[in-house]
Design a protein around this ligand. Sequence first.
Ligand SMILES: Nc1ncnc2c1ncn2[C@@H]1O[C@H](COP(=O)(O)OP(=O)(O)OP(=O)(O)O)[C@@H](O)[C@H]1O
Ligand SMILES: [Mg+2]
Length: 421
Amino acid sequence: MELTSVKQRFGIIGNAAALNHALSTAVQVAPTDITVLITGESGVGKEVFSKILHQLSRRKHGRFIAVNCGAIPEGTIDSELFGHEKGSFTGAFEARQGYFETVNGGTIFLDELAEMPLGTQARLLRVLESGEFIKVGSSKVQKTDVRVITATNVDLLEQIRKGRFREDLYYRLCTVAIQIPALRERPGDIPLLFRRFAVDFAERYSSQPVQLDAEAQEILAGYRWPGNIRQLKNVAEQMSVLAPCQLIQGDEVRRYLPAESAARSLPVALGLPVGSEDMSERDILYKVLFDMKKDINELKQVVARLMQSAAESGVEMPNRTAFDLSSEWARPETPVGSTETDVLQGSAEILSHPMQRRVVFEDQQAVEDIEENFSLEEVERRMIDKALRKHSGKRKYAAQELGISERTLYRKIKEYGMDEG
Ligand SMILES: Nc1ncnc2c1ncn2[C@@H]1O[C@H](COP(=O)(O)OP(=O)(O)OP(=O)(O)O)[C@@H](O)[C@H]1O
Ligand SMILES: [Mg+2]
């Protein structure tokens, strides 16, 4: 089949050699039942490719289901994929069919494969090798005819070294590997994609498509695009809605390109390895600590301002639950960030005025509230809440923003009871 017509049919934009190579491999293996491993960064089009593989196969009239292994809690993934018998675990009131049963004759796309627990990997290997599986809590072997397509954006060989991914499964899966290039590796495709998206959004918002001047184009071509095509699409949409005029210029374009999130850039800045689950936990901890530090400094400024205005107006402050700032709040600390030094010194200076050494809260509760809010858990909970709200409850994007895996986010949501309203 002609690549051009495949591109047209599936809305694939781009002419880079690496993209064409990935696409022609997909077209070639689609009609077979071979298991395919799709690799590539977030947002490069792995799911789009999995659908192409299904649509161009003899299974196209069968079901296609995409399963995100990172989003399903470890305790239920076996049951989701392979089903369970009634009473096989607490809460299993009914027997349930898994995807390998319901999608019989179709295709299952297993996304974020590296997140699959080892036990599930063993079950997957069996079904790939023999078409056999056993429901959780059952002893009966069942047969199924499902084509499996997998995708990951992490290095599975690294996961194998860490004992988190089965080597035999890896070799079973990588018979055919399709590597989708990152957007930054094919800058020539950026203007093409941008134009397409600009036209699409103009249609959606009944406006004229936004255009880029030469400098703006250059900036987009040189950007890192950590979120790849998905991010470019978002940027194009934002510009289509927010840009004051149709021609976007260099300076303006920068406003739509976010600086990398603190959680992602911190470990690198500190020279620590990135990519592991432990690291992700550490990521969030760093972010929490830095945020706390910022909160504390903001609070110090507020207190300082409060005291200054009190002193200026010459108000005699009542002595109820007075709080001595010289001891707790004005204690010099070793500053972490560069800007904090100034804030710290600035407030310490103000605080050293004898008239300003006491601040009065309405009652003791206020003091306790503030202290309580500094607990790591609370700050973490608040950050998760903020990220979830920002991404309208979409855990995938909230997790990305926080720099943790979806599973970690899921666990924390449960842990903090944040899923009950
Ligand atoms: N070559 C392409 N041309 C045009 N649009 C594309 C192309 N590839 C991907 N897209 C679009 O980019 C977005 C992201 O694609 P997709 O969801 O397949 O990425 P992904 O690799 O699965 O991402 P993630 O790793 O985050 O799951 C989708 O809106 C998709 O339609
Ligand atoms: Mg995907």
